[in-house]
Design a binder for this molecule. Structure first.
Ligand code: AMP
Length: 214
């Protein structure tokens, strides 16, 4: 089963992707996490994308398509994957279709995270992630069970994202509206788009997703 999670920044895609990953034993492919890993490694790709990411703009399609193509071909994706943050533009969606068709595979579910945008800004402020496994938390809505310790991997270091600043957040929402939202009718036409109420609490959203996937 191959799944795409679609929704604006802060809509909870990463949090839910991690839960689906555990429940269904299929990997979360977060292009944002992949790029942040390249930046942390300070390699050529990382240096190329750092400024773009921090500004909140999208990284060029050719870079993203190359990145996801090699990831999807890895053995752990053979029985399915959860795309979190890809595709984000129509050219990316079309390239993904071509890639999968060539391997006699397809996207089975596209899940739209429906949100009330003004409330999302508040969710993005105060967000922090585990330095080791990338699990995401929030100062007010989703603190680790044990203060200062990651629920998922037990690590004790956390980081706030450089693009969770007001200017970058504005740019990320604009990019979503202009470049990513047109993917909704693209998948709806194929009858594989389903919505969840992403303003509900985390467990409720997980239950809505499970209803779609099972
Ligand atoms: P995310 O962690 O999904 O919110 O992504 C963080 C940032 O990484 C985005 O604001 C973009 O700069 C970049 N990025 C991640 N995925 C993509 C993609 N599919 N296409 C273009 N840029 C991306």
């Amino acid at each position: 089963m191959n799944v795409i999670l679609l929704g604006p920044p802060g809509s909870g895609k990463g949090t839910q992707a991690k839960r689906i990953e555990q429940a269904h034993d299929m990997p979360q492919l977060s292009t944002g996490d992949m790029l942040r890993a390249e930046i942390a490694a300070d390699n050529a790709l990382g240096r190329r994308v750092k400024g773009v990411m921090e500004s909140g703009k999208l990284v060029p399609d050719d870079v993203m398509i190359t990145l996801i193509r090699s990831r999807i071909r890895m053995p752990d994706c053979r029985n399915g994957f959860i795309l979190d943050g890809f595709p984000r533009t129509l050219p990316q969606a079309e390239a993904l279709d071509v890639m999968l068709r060539g391997e006699h595979r397809q996207i089975d579910h596209v899940i739209e995270f429906e949100v009330f945008e003004p409330n999302l800004i508040e969710r993005l402020f105060g967000r922090f992630t585990c330095c080791n496994c990338g699990a995401s938390y929030h100062e007010r809505y989703n603190r680790p069970k044990v203060e200062g310790v990651c629920d998922v991997c037990g690590a004790c270091e956390f980081i706030c994202r450089a693009d969770d600043r007001p200017e970058a957040i504005k740019t990320r929402f604009e990019a979503y509206r202009r470049q990513t939202a047109p993917l909704l009718p693209y998948y709806d036409r194929r009858g594989i788009l389903q919505k969840v109420d992403a303003m509900a609490d985390i467990d409720t959203v997980t239950r809505q997703i499970e209803t779609i996937l099972t």
